[in-house]
Design a protein around this ligand. Structure first.
Ligand SMILES: Cc1cc2nc3c(=O)[nH]c(=O)nc-3n(C[C@H](O)[C@H](O)[C@H](O)COP(=O)(O)O)c2cc1C
Length: 293
């Protein structure tokens, strides 16, 4: 079951999706044993940005049939305040970073390069460009240029986490590869929203189009859909990207079982990440890896 990924030796192909497994909270529940029996073969951090971010106002979650919309808004302490844990599981650490410009991303990647405990860097490119308002990762030309700039700042493996909110995800995968990425990961959450139940607590005002007369539920207005509801989209997008690039692909989106993970492997993924399922079953990663065995 052990697998090589961008020069890293992993015990099995199951890792976590960024932002979906709080290792500190899990350690409180499972105790020190968590460090010995970590459910994933590598740990992907939640997204870190250059400056501290408070995240979006509440409410931050909305459950849909077979899915979850989150509008967490990437709260984090920022680069300067992000310290290493005193004791870590003996698995590779992949640090996920996001910036609104190539310069911001470059500074984050350089900081990761200088930290010995970081094995690889994942670029979250689902961030709107400050000038165009478009997600950096949604436009192949912009994506290739950003990846090329950032590539020069580290010799560690660089994984580009593609956005599914784009016209042609395989063109974006190819652009990441041509910019110098060592791997791509997908899918991130699909843009989604929810209206506040009539006559109930109202969230953010829905100024941007549909629902303008009725408040949005999520404090951030819109959010990202994850979980089983997006599994078929993930399968299609992972298959499309894997068919177009030569670099390894990390597939994710709605995986709940070993059979779901196997489907992503069968369409060309090298690793599979488990996200929303870990909220229901914090041991899902271990269960799925065992099921694959
Ligand atoms: C609550 C929550 C927080 C997330 N936070 C991040 C994040 O910080 N950075 C990131 O790149 N993706 C983030 N994601 C996206 C997941 O890593 C994953 O790409 C997505 O949820 C699809 O997988 P899933 O259906 O198995 O959850 C988050 C998802 C959820 C549900």
């Amino acid at each position: 079951m052990s697998i090589e990924f961008c020069g890293l030796q992993l015990a099995h192909p199951i890792i976590n999706g960024s932002g979906t497994f709080d290792a500190i909270a899990a350690r409180r529940v499972f105790g020190e044993q968590l460090l010995e029996d970590f459910p994933f073969a590598a740990y992907v951090s939640k997204t870190i940005t250059l400056e501290p971010r408070a995240g979006n106002p509440p409410p931050r979650l909305w459950e849909t049939p077979a899915g979850l919309i989150n509008s967490i808004g990437l709260p984090n302490k920022g680069l300067e305040l992000t310290g290493g844990a005193e004791r870590q599981p003996a698995i590779p650490l992949i640090t996920n970073v996001m910036g609104a410009t190539a310069e911001e991303l470059s500074r984050l990647v350089e900081a990761c390069d200088a930290r010995a405990e970081i094995a690889a860097v994942e670029l979250n490119v689902s961030c709107p460009n400050v000038k165009t308002g478009l997600d950096i990762g949604a436009d192949p030309r912009q994506l290739e240029a950003v990846v090329r700039t950032v590539r020069g700042r580290t010799r560690k493996p660089l994984i580009v986490k593609l956005t599914p909110n784009t016209a042609d995800v395989s063109a974006c995968g190819l652009a990441a590869e041509q910019g110098g990425a060592d791997a791509v990961s997908l899918i991130n959450t699909l843009r989604a929203t929810a209206l506040a139940p009539r006559g109930r607590f109202a969230g953010a005002g829905g100024a941007d189009g549909a629902g303008a007369q009725r408040d949005r539920w999520l404090g951030g207005g819109t959010g990202g859909l994850s979980g089983p509801a997006i599994r078929a989209v993930a399968l299609a997008q992972v298959a499309a990207v894997a068919a177009r690039v030569a670099i390894p692909v990390v597939g994710m989106g709605g995986v709940q079982s070993a059979a779901h993970a196997q489907e992503l492997l069968d369409v060309g993924a090298t690793l599979v990440a488990v996200g929303t399922e870990s909220f229901r079953d914090p041991a899902a990663g271990a269960r799925i890896a065992q099921g694959l065995r």
